[in-house]
Ligand binder design. Structure first.
Ligand SMILES: *Cc1c(COP(=O)(O)O)cnc(C)c1O
Length: 432
């Protein structure tokens, strides 16, 4: 028995489970090499942006109170604009999460009478309340902003005819979600987002195209603004925070769009000038610096999970061979027990809170019970090893993150062992 196998045994993972994992890993070498190449490209992109923006030691310090002349905050926003190839950016700890960043981008750029269009189907669960698809206090709908949606076609392609007829005089903004979220539709590649934006702008050139970039940052060498997005929005406790940012969101885009968001975040007249960065800037900078490699670790974890569960006979999405455009891996277990056992395994592999057992609960913003496994240094951070699944058919778990690949690997092996211990997988690695 190797020393490594002994290490895994301390986590309750059998040598057999380990060697099954190794056999899957052997088939992934070429894919991992390509992921490392993308990480290298993006690492250079981030370093170059920091150099061009002249990030200095002083930028790592923070301000208090109003936060006037916060050089670190202002420089960081320039760095984000340089990384995402946009005119401007708003990157703040006062943006509390991804939903808040998206709500801010929408509410600040839409006016009563305007219409918002989603040409890629239903948006992320929490946005239903922001938009007012599910009636909600303070929604866009309460402010007289209407919403229209065109679903993807059955094969995952864009419904171009439907989109053309949905665009009307009132259409002011289009929201495009890059990642699949809690759905099993394909995640959109940056290239496909570009095709969609080109099509929309040909019909209505002045429409604002916003991309929900959550979970997509640094997965490819291009980002949505490279293909015409006017605004790119995301959370700092996902990919771009690199696991270090303790809070925050970003909006990168055309200057006017970003300024609108700033006037809404703080106040008309104040905009970007206020907003103390307190003590978080060095984690924002260092997190962004680490983000390309952290994202690569999470991607490898997702592909490893796909390889394992596909081999066992569960539906995995994307499958082990498909190209990746976000870090999320969906595995459909077909039963609540499978979802729960998977999440317990992830939790048990954590450094923080490994001893707690996750349970389904009524989480705000979601329409069914959700189980979440997250033993994270930053609470709720889903760039850290985490898994969640709504307790509703088809009982799919969404797995993501892993700040390092060895941790992601441990987590996945632990889920496998847990499913096996509970009899949901046979001893010869087949679906029970
Ligand atoms: C996570 C996520 C959000 C919301 O972000 P929170 O930080 O959880 O509020 C929105 N859209 C997508 C696609 C996401 O993955």
């Amino acid at each position: 028995m190797t020393d490594l196998t002994k290490q895994y045994e301390q986590f309750g993972i059998s040598p057999k489970t380990c060697s099954f994992g190794e056999s899957v890993l052997d088939s992934l070498k070429e894919r991992f090499r390509r992921i490392d190449e993308t990480a290298e490209y993006n690492q250079l992109k981030v370093i170059r942006a920091m150099q061009e923006c002249r990030v200095s030691e002083a930028c790592l310090l923070g301000t208090t109170g109003y936060g006037y002349n916060d050089i670190g905050r202002d420089t960081l926003e320039k760095v984000y604009a340089a990384v995402f190839h946009t005119e401007d950016a708003l990157v703040r700890p006062q943006i509390t999460c991804g939903t808040h960043a998206l709500a801010l981008a929408l509410m600040s750029n839409l006016r009563p009478g305007d219409e918002l269009l989603s040409p890629v189907g239903k948006p992320y669960d929490t946005l239903e309340e922001v938009i007012g698809i599910r009636p909600s206090r303070g929604s866009l709908r309460e402010y007289g902003i209407s919403y229209r949606q065109v679903d993807l076609l059955a094969d995952g392609s864009f419904d171009y005819d439907g989109i053309r007829s949905a665009i009307c005089d009132q259409t002011r903004m289009v929201t495009i979600q890059r990642s699949k979220g809690y759905q099993t539709r394909p995640t959109l590649s940056v290239e496909r987002i570009g095709e969609l934006i080109r099509f929309i702008k040909e019909i209505k050139p002045d429409v604002i195209c916003m991309v929900d970039n959550c979970y997509g940052e640094f997965v490819e060498t291009t980002e949505p603004a490279d293909v015409g997005a006017d605004m790119v929005v995301g959370s700092l406790i996902k990919n771009p925070g690199g696991g270090l940012a303790p809070i925050g969101g970003y909006i990168a885009g055309r200057r006017e769009c970003v300024e609108n968001a700033a006037y809404r975040l703080t106040s008309p007249g104040l905009g970007k000038e206020v907003g103390a960065s307190l003590g978080v800037l060095s984690s924002f900078y260092q997190g962004l610096f680490l983000a390309p490699v952290v994202t690569a670790s999470a991607l490898k974890g997702a592909i490893f999970a796909a390889g394992i569960y596909e081999k066992i006979g569960f539906d995995v999405f994307p499958d082990g061979k498909q190209d990746r455009h976000d870090i999320i891996q969906a595995v459909t277990f077909g039963s609540p027990e499978g979802v729960i056992a998977f999440c317990e395994g992830i939790q048990a592999a954590a450094s923080v809170d490994s001893f707690v057992i996750p349970e389904p609960w009524d989480m705000p913003g979601y329409d069914s019970k959700v189980i979440m496994a997250a033993g994270a240094f930053v609470s709720g951070s889903s760039i850290e090893l985490s898994a969640d699944g709504p307790i509703k058919p088809p009982y799919t778990v969404y797995f993501q993150g892993g700040l390092t690949f060895p941790h992601a690997k441990l987590g996945i092996l632990k889920t496998l062992q847990n499913l096996m211990d509970k009899g949901l997988i046979t001893p010869d690695f087949h679906r029970a």
